[in-house]
Design a protein around this ligand. Structure first.
Ligand code: ZN
Length: 88
């Protein structure tokens, strides 16, 4: 196998992480690349959990509002922003 990055011949190892056509030397990320990848993954993870938490809170809030509406005899109209009073 010839490395597409440096052109060196190398033995292809089945368990090698990374690209199959890049030698082990070239597939090792530099400390800078590693740090950037880690920082990126970390920020992604944080933003994901933050938005997930926001979604959770919003869903919880809506559930509470639905309950309160139900107690007051109000019904949420699906697809509409406003509520209507249910005739009793
Ligand atoms: Zn190489």
């Amino acid at each position: 196998m010839t490395c597409t990055k440096c052109g060196e011949e190398f033995e292809l190892d089945d368990g090698k992480p990374g690209y199959a056509n890049i030698c082990p030397n070239c597939s090792v990320p530099t400390p800078e690349q590693k740090a950037r990848q880690l920082a990126y993954a970390d920020s992604r993870h944080k933003s994901l959990t933050a938005s997930q938490r926001t979604n959770e809170r919003r869903r919880d809030e809506e559930r509470k509002q639905d309950l309160a509406r139900g107690k007051l005899g109000y019904k949420k109209v699906p697809g509409k922003k406003f509520t209507v009073r249910e005739p009793k």
